[in-house]
Write a protein that binds this ligand. Structure first.
Ligand SMILES: [Zn+2]
Length: 404
């Protein structure tokens, strides 16, 4: 046993192990150290080693001790012991190599210095080589552990990204566009801010015309002297804009937002969506009109739905009709939605009033055509039995998810 405390390498390694634990481990090492290592506490003189052979024999003992301890440490494979092990052998203040330098090499007689130096260097090289090998092995183990940890596990479930869906109104838009594109119509868009001319006058709705009363209009604040602007109350202005630019035949639909000064409730909003339709050519008859309307309704609501036309009035069509369909909820038998009538009102339409052609320099004697205005909210409500228009705009995913 090492007799004096100050020779014990207690916690001089700068390691982070708790001092008491460190002392315990070091003490364990030291108490299990057999005779050879205790000799490094004494000088060669005290050990009575006076010849090269005796010195070499001492180093052989020390090296054997190192190899034995290294083998033991490898077997235990404890990272805490590892640190203490290397501190014991290589610690700068009181490691074994330092002790040999201090106790054997420095005080050795001149004739032994050479052999002590040689043997010490050889031992040092041996210990360093083992330490390098051990460090590399530790690093490799850490690396393979890390690569094992980072390996992609293909059995893990994927990250589910919630998919959005198209808004029910957008779905209706696309459905209607699909139907009319298949009939040879083109889709055009127009400005939401319009002049009174395109929104009213050119559509045969002069100032003071009672039809303007039905469309409470948002007027834009314009600088004095500037032409007044309004938010369009229907998509019909694009009839005029298209016919101004294009000679017949004209077959267009105009999807878009329209604005009216209505208080929001289950059937009204200050903004809603329309799809305007217009067909003008040299020989379009009322039969073409009726056939187109029936085809559209059957495509949109189903093949069993029947249509009927009721007389109505719009300033820019003559004759004007309301298009009704047999109720999709009761198949025409009568229910709450259709107020027991078996019919539901779909949209307004009619043959283009010849007066409108006058505004766009079309020859009213040679040309004829029809127009219709589909309410997108209403058609969506009928198709999916939605009872409140406000649901479209509240962004409640519980509502929207039903259309995903
Ligand atoms: Zn019904």
């Amino acid at each position: 046993m090492w007799g004096h405390g100050n020779a014990v390498p207690l916690h001089d390694c700068g390691c982070t192990i708790q001092r008491s634990v460190h002392v315990q481990i070091v003490t364990h090492f030291l108490t299990t150290m057999p005779e050879p290592l205790q000799k490094i506490e004494r000088t060669l003189q005290q050990l009575e080693a006076g010849t090269n052979e005796q010195v070499s024999a001492l180093f052989v003992e020390v090296r054997k001790k190192f190899n034995d301890q290294e083998a033991l440490r490898r077997k235990e494979n404890n990272p805490t012991n590892l640190l203490v092990f290397w501190t014991t052998w290589l610690g700068r203040k009181s490691g074994v190599l330092t002790k040999i330098t201090e106790n054997w090499l420095k005080p050795s007689p001149p004739d032994l210095k050479r052999i002590v130096g040689q043997e010490l260097n050889s031992l040092k090289a041996h210990i360093e080589a083992v330490r390098l090998e051990q460090t590399a092995a530790t690093e490799m183990a850490a690396e393979s552990a890390a690569s094992l940890r980072e390996r992609e596990d293909l059995s893990l479930p994927g990250v589910a990204r919630p998919l959005g869906s198209r808004h029910p109104l957008r779905q209706t838009f696309e459905e209607i566009e699909r139907i009319f594109l298949s009939l040879g119509y083109s889709v055009v868009a127009g400005p939401e801010m319009e002049t009174p001319y395109y929104n009213f006058e050119a559509l045969n709705i002069p100032e003071h015309h009672p039809a303007r009363d039905n469309m409470d209009t948002f007027y834009m604040a314009a600088p004095s002297g500037a032409a007044p602007l309004l938010l369009r109350t229907h998509t019909s202005p694009m009839q005029i804009r298209t016919m101004e630019k294009q000679q017949p035949p004209v077959r267009i639909i105009v999807p878009g937002k329209v604005y009216r000064r209505d208080n929001p409730d289950a059937t009204h909003g200050f903004m809603f969506h329309q799809i305007e339709g217009l067909a003008v050519d040299t020989d379009i008859t009322f039969c073409d009109f009726r056939g187109t309307v029936e085809y559209f309704v059957r495509e949109f609501l189903g093949p069993k739905v029947k249509t009927r036309l009721r007389p109505s009035y719009f300033p820019f069509t003559e004759p004007s009709v309301e298009v009704d369909a047999t109720c999709v909820f009761c198949a025409g038998k009568g229910c709450n939605v259709c107020k027991q009538s078996g019919w539901i009102e779909l949209f307004g339409a009619g043959m283009v009033d010849p007066a409108v052609y006058g505004f766009v320099n079309y020859d009213a004697k040679k040309l004829s055509g029809f127009a219709f205005g589909l309410g997108v909210e209403r058609l969506t409500q009928l198709k999916y039995n939605i009872n409140d228009l406000q649901l479209y705009f509240q962004n409640d995913v519980r509502f929207l998810r039903q259309f995903a």
